[in-house]
Design a protein around this ligand. Structure first.
Ligand code: FRU
Length: 481
């Protein structure tokens, strides 16, 4: 049996029960998941692929796992799409993108191969064409080899192609590093997906912002160009860039003649403990949707008995407001909201609980409209032993997440802080909770914090705390699928 067929058989036989996986977040049927790949629409269905190792909960030789969905809330497992079964990708089918063409659904990924010594790695861009279930690698692979890059550019760090079409030309942005190991994004173009030519360096890190730039994405939104990338090995600066490997965006302009992106300041896409490798697609209705891997490379503990590892964030609708990227939960989530409970103008003093405000599959909005206090906290997934705390410190102007008591039995990072939007404005916090995750959207998507928790599902409590007095509005829905 070939190795793709073997993996398909394995995932069928070892499929983890639905109730042991996230309810509405994309996750692997079994085994390991990292980056989202090939997020695309093909024949009116949304497809999502991902970096996948079915045989264990650690990263291994990479396959492409596959899911499809109509609404990005209910995900359907499809058989694994790609396996590392050719000479040019025997050490992994790394990240990439997908696009619908007349020839079918085209997957563009990085084929990784090491030489016999194991010391030299080649990364090249490869194509597989399929019908939404089965994909065939083409004979011309790799369609872009490292030797098409200018002299000195790394052939070993040349990965994660993002392809899009403009008029009758295909464009591809690829992560790369230069002779000094600095991150850059290189650009290719082609009249079809098989024949490409090198165009230039779209963006360069200028010797700052980490090393290799992984997982690029580049698009126009609301009249601005946006570059997304995931730099490895970043140093923290203030409250920014604490994940080591971080996912960033830049707003800027695009010089079409020079094929160069003139980038503004770097900004974090997410301030939580678990987020990397962001990737977008544009839906037929015009919405630009972003997803990310909801895990940090360095903080990836799971309960020992769990047979799957890695999730994709809730998809987010992107827009640009006041020079910043706004990320909102996809509106499709609202179709699954049930059992609305609201409280208007309630006072929180000391520890406070509101009847009916509890649960683990939730869409909960907490609006703090006024009050005199320094600290305000919200404890989620709570019982006598557990809670995940979101603490607002108005004096310091920060919001802190603490998951120390969220089922961790290893020495993992548990606390992260983010600067709050300027004081004086009200604060609206929308929490989206699935069984093993909490995503917080601040002020209609000005900032997002994504974090994995492994609290037992029986911990369903929610309490509020305040060292003074605060007036809040609450709106809670259960998510029912
Ligand atoms: C990002 C990344 C990509 C690579 C893939 C390998 O998390 O390192 O650059 O293609 O993961 O699994």
């Amino acid at each position: 049996m070939d190795i793709l067929e073997k993996a398909r058989q394995y995932e069928k036989e070892n499929h983890v029960l639905a109730e042991e996986r996230p309810a509405f977040h994309a996750a692997p049927p079994v085994g390991w998941m990292n980056d989202p790949n090939g997020f695309s629409v093909y024949q009116d269905t949304i497809h999502l692929f991902y970096q996948y190792y079915p045989y264990g909960t650690e990263w291994g030789s990479m396959y492409w796992g596959h899911l499809k969905t109509k609404d990005m809330i209910r995900w359907e497992d499809c058989p694994a799409a790609l396996a590392p079964d050719e000479n040019y990708d025997k050490d992994g089918c790394f990240s990439g993108s997908a696009i619908e063409t007349e020839a079918g659904h085209v997957l563009i990924y990085t084929g990784v191969s090491k030489d016999e010594t194991g010391l030299h790695t080649m990364q090249g861009q490869c194509i597989a064409v399929g019908d939404g279930t089965n994909y065939k690698k083409i004979a011309e692979n790799p369609v872009i080899r490292g030797n098409m890059l200018p002299c000195g550019f790394s052939r070993a760090h040349f990965r994660d192609p993002k392809v899009w079409k403009c008029g009758d030309t295909y464009h591809m942005a690829v992560g790369n590093s230069d002779e000094e190991g600095n991150g850059q994004i290189v650009l290719f173009s082609g009249k079809d997906v098989t024949h490409w030519q090198y165009e230039g360096v779209l963006a360069h890190n200028g010797g700052t912002l980490g090393r290799m730039w992984e997982c690029p994405d580049f698009f126009e939104l609301d009249g601005t160009y946006i570059l997304i990338c995931s730099p490895q090995d970043m140093k923290a600066a203030g409250y920014e860039f604490h994940n080591g490997h971080n996912s960033l965006y830049f707003l800027g302009s695009y010089d079409k003649e020079e094929k160069r992106f003139l980038k503004g300041a770097p900004r974090s896409l997410d301030y939580g403990l678990d987020f990397y490798a962001a990737h977008t697609t544009c839906l037929p209705d015009g919405r630009r949707i972003l997803i990310g891997w909801m895990q940090s490379w360095d903080s990836n503990f799971i309960p020992p008995e769990q047979k799957w590892k890695g999730m994709i964030t809730l998809p987010r609708e992107l827009s640009v407001r006041d020079g910043a990227l706004i990320q909102k939960p996809i509106r499709e989530l609202e179709h699954y909201r049930q059992n609305k409970i609201t409280y208007q103008n309630k006072t929180v003093e000391g520890e406070t609980h509101f009847e009916g405000i509890c649960g683990r599959l939730l869409d909960l909005t907490v609006e703090i409209s006024s009050g005199t206090f320094d600290e305000f906290s919200i404890d989620l997934a709570k019982d006598a032993e557990h809670y995940t705390r979101f603490l607002i410190n108005r004096k310091k102007g920060i919001l802190e997440i603490d998951r120390t008591y969220s089922g961790m039995i290893r020495d993992v990072v548990c606390i992260r802080r983010a600067e709050l939007p300027e004081a004086g404005r009200g604060l609206k916090l929308r929490f989206i909770m699935d069984y093993s995750s909490i995503e917080l959207f601040i002020n209609e998507g000005e900032k997002v914090l994504s974090t994995v928790i492994y609290t037992p599902l029986s911990a369903r409590g929610i309490t509020f705390g305040c060292d003074g007095s605060a007036v809040v509005q609450l709106e809670q829905y259960d998510i029912e699928l």
